[in-house]
Design a protein around this ligand. Sequence first.
Ligand code: MN
Length: 303
Amino acid sequence: MIQVVGHTNPDSDSICSALVAAEWLKVARGVEAVAMAQGEVTSETAFILNEAGVEAPQICNSVAGEKVWLVDYTDLSQAPAGIEEAEIVGIVDHHRLGDITTANPLEAWIWPVGCSCTILYHLHKMENIEIARPQAVLMLGAIVSDTVAFRSPTCTEKDREAAKALAEIAGLDLEDFSDRLLRVKTNLEGLSVASLVDRDLKKYPFEDQSLVVGQIEIASFEQVNDKLEALQAELAVRCETDGLKLAALMVTNISNSTTRLLFQGEWAARLEAHASEANVVVMENTLSRKKQGWPWLQAVLAV
Ligand SMILES: [Mn+2]
């Protein structure tokens, strides 16, 4: 049995790609496969699963001794426990190549597109495999989420083409579905400060040290104005308890494409020259951590 598993702090793409890839492996490769998740789903992912009529994947605790496909990452720091004792037999991803290595040849599909599910859609198409409605909804939801309804600079023609075709199969109006999804995505009601930081937190190795960069997406900065102090305090706690040089959080307003980058830690001094107020950098026209936030941080931290 192959376990298909997305990254830590799973976002919609990580969950939907695992579910779709597991089905695709059964049909296209004739192997037994099961989707797994490294954590509970977000309310946005729950919305997509509900629309698709699909259950959330089981929680993965360790993959030691298992055959695995990785979806939506190739970094060891985002992999489940036991990955060193697992056999990685396949990858579907749309991030920079990470530090995963394998003992044997593998099947790897890594494309510079906006979403892992876009790659999965095109694999179905290339191999003439029919897409059922549940899978179409899962892929469509992940694409709308990852590309922030096609606004992100990570979005490509391949993503748009996939979404259009998938909406047709799913019988969904693309604009209406995107609006509903973005409303759920940016609804932070009832979430604790710690869970806001954890929501989409990624750990990056840098100069042999560790740092984390999270991201939350909002429709208006008013949603977080009264939480900024508590978020900064939470980032400072993460630096202390997890031995991080920097803990940063991109607070991204998807309505005007402006990100406020909050940051704490020993390396905060390296960012201060760019800050408009203490521990906050305002980044205009910035929606993407992968294409904008993290490359910018890497360049500034390297100085
Ligand atoms: Mn993704």
